[in-house]
Design a protein around this ligand. Structure first.
Ligand code: TRP
Length: 336
């Protein structure tokens, strides 16, 4: 069997938080240590345009996300780590795929439908309000990301599963029409335990403003952990571990034995203050070294830039000849 190729994109909106770490960065770095498979990780900065129109924020987010992956130990010699906008073949392939994408397929995208629904329920009643073509064709650009590198396995959150299926549909339709050019990808969905809760107990997400930044300084980290919402049970009262935000976050950072011990302490009635202190110490111990590297990279963005250009070179060495083949297949060829 051919070697599996893993590929995943990270949209450059916002500062990486511990939910991104547990759900994507840590498993991504871990998986990339498997030398029997290939790994592509990239910053989806063209995707971020659909949600973020502030140039300063896009640049800052790109820098912070790239620096975080590097500081946490991604091996960029094995994994290919690049910025989407450094690969001009991707937007070019996007247009080619657009011609093989049914408008009806795009109409069915959950994220687009949710925006339309919100508009219909809003004041203006205009279904198209604030919906750009970038938001509408978002899945086509994502299909180009995926198909460009013949990737077979796409690790994504549940919310992106449909987009990967659409990439598969588009590739299938293309192959049916022009011959076997694309490899059909399949989504790999992380289980729910990889979804971390935020300060208020809802899913940790920048849209809820309830995140703990991944490489925040010690003071900020401690302050935010102290803010995590708890109930008002007194220190000695027994407590439930189920659906408990502090426990859930702790579990994402501690060993099985440590988790068992703390579960014990819950039944005995650990004080929330003590649990928060313990959580702070556990997370801090794990991230301390990476935080130093991270701050160094933020202060020297050229080091990050160099890494991304190295990745772009590796990616383009694959994309350029493949795009030539794709253009050949659709009849865009030299005349003589
Ligand atoms: N849309 C994805 C997200 O918001 C990011 C992304 C862009 C992606 N291109 C991709 C993920 C290709 C996997 C494969 O999370």
């Amino acid at each position: 069997m051919a070697q599996d190729i893993y590929l995943t994109g990270i949209t450059t909106t916002g500062t990486p938080h511990i939910g991104n770490y547990v759900g994507a960065i840590r498993p991504g770095i871990e998986a990339s240590k498997d030398l029997s498979t290939q790994h592509f990780y990239f910053l989806a900065d063209y995707h971020s345009l659909a949600k973020n129109e502030d140039p300063k924020k896009i640049r800052q987010s790109t820098l912070e996300i790239a620096a975080a992956w590097l500081a946490l130990g991604l091996d960029t010699d094995h994994a290919t780590f690049y910025r989407q906008s450094d690969i001009p073949e991707i937007p070019e392939l996007t247009w080619i795929l657009t011609s093989m994408t049914a408008k009806g397929l795009m109409n069915r995208a959950h994220s687009y439908k949710a925006s339309v629904q919100a508009n219909l329920e809003g004041e203006s009643k205009d279904p198209d309000k604030g919906i750009s073509m970038a938001l509408y064709s978002y899945p086509v650009l994502m299909a180009a990301d995926i198909l460009m590198f013949k990737s077979t396995k796409i690790p994504v959150g549940q919310d992106q599963k449909q987009h990967v299926e659409m990439a598969r549909d588009i590739a299938g339709r293309f192959n049916h029409h022009y011959g076997e050019v694309f490899v059909l990808p399949e989504p790999i969905i992380s289980d729910d335990t990889a979804v971390l809760k935020g300060l208020d107990g809802r899913k940790m997400s920048k849209s809820y403003n309830n995140t703990i930044p991944l490489l925040a300084d010690e003071k900020t980290l401690r302050k935010l952990i102290m803010k995590i919402r708890t109930d008002s049970l007194a220190p000695e009262e027994p407590k439930e571990t189920r659906d408990n935000t502090l426990f859930d976050i702790y579990r994402a950072f501690a060993s099985t034995e440590e988790v068992e011990q703390i579960a014990q302490r819950y039944t005995q009635g650990i004080a929330w203050g003590e649990m928060k202190q313990l959580l702070f110490e556990t997370i801090n111990a794990q991230l301390k070294d990476a935080r130093e590297d991270y701050l160094r990279l933020l202060a020297e963005p050229t080091l990050v830039e160099e890494e991304l250009l190295k990745g772009a070179k590796k990616a383009r060495d694959l994309a350029t000849p493949y795009l030539r083949k794709i253009r050949e297949a659709i009849g865009i060829r030299p005349l003589g």
